[in-house]
Design a protein around this ligand. Structure first.
Ligand SMILES: *Cc1c(COP(=O)(O)O)cnc(C)c1O
Length: 217
């Protein structure tokens, strides 16, 4: 199947309230252009350098999503144009995004990443971080970020039950912290090529799909 046929298949399996991010990491520009030509505007990358290079040569109305782990010292490169930063996992990173957004006269939207998978990972907040995170006027003084919601990745497994439980966990964290933010807090970014259908059943509002559109990397 061609890429545009793949895209159509994925789009047809996603309800209209769910945003599809076409994850184009490692893929050459001409393939992104093919997807762009069908009307797709949300693209996701996980490396800053690749994101910057692609944003410079591709159409300006693309909404670029930084979906991979982000180091604080790289925020400055994407701050001028990034649409949404998904994997925000530390207070230090939040402060840096706010600082660079301010420099650029922007308000940058972010998602708080939570570690929901069984696999060990350094990345992502855990539920126990919440009280401290929501305490002390931390977010209220940051005028150049908008916390839009949460993001997470399920364990890479064929055990559907486990994946489902992990997505439920993220949904539950989302519901618990929603009241601390304003009405812009409406996004649950969960689901990739292998598990986006389960994610949608469990409340995802944004899926990040790469290989199912662009083919294996
Ligand atoms: C690569 C990546 C995806 C997409 O993965 P596929 O399995 O190819 O759909 C989604 N989210 C993140 C954070 C990624 O790094």
């Amino acid at each position: 199947m061609s890429i545009s046929e793949n895209l159509k298949t994925v789009q047809d399996s996603i309800p209209s309230h769910v945003t599809l991010i076409a994850v184009s990491k490692t893929k050459p520009n001409h393939l992104l252009e093919e997807v762009y030509a069908t009307g797709q505007r949300d693209f996701g990358e996980n490396r800053v350098q690749e994101l910057v290079e692609k944003s410079e040569s591709l159409p300006k109305d693309i909404r670029w999503h930084q979906i991979g782990h982000l180091q604080s010292n790289k925020v400055k490169y994407i701050a001028p144009f990034v649409h949404l930063i998904h994997a925000v996992d530390s207070e230090k990173l939040i402060l840096e995004i706010n600082r660079r957004a301010k420099e650029n006269n922007r308000v940058i939207s972010i998602l708080l990443q939570f570690h929901i998978a069984q696999e060990k990972s350094k990345f992502g907040f855990v539920e126990e971080d919440l009280p401290e995170l929501l305490d002390k006027e931390f977010f209220s003084e940051l005028n150049n970020i908008k916390v839009k919601g949460v993001m997470g990745m399920a364990t890479f497994t064929s055990e559907e039950y486990q994946i489902r439980q992990e997505f439920q966990k993220l949904k539950s964290i989302y519901s618990k912290i929603k009241e601390h933010f304003n009405s812009d807090f409406d996004t649950i970014s969960m689901g990739m090529s292998g598990d986006y259908k389960i994610a949608i059943e469990e409340g995802s509002t944004m899926v990040r799909v790469g290989s199912k559109i662009f083919g294996v990397r």
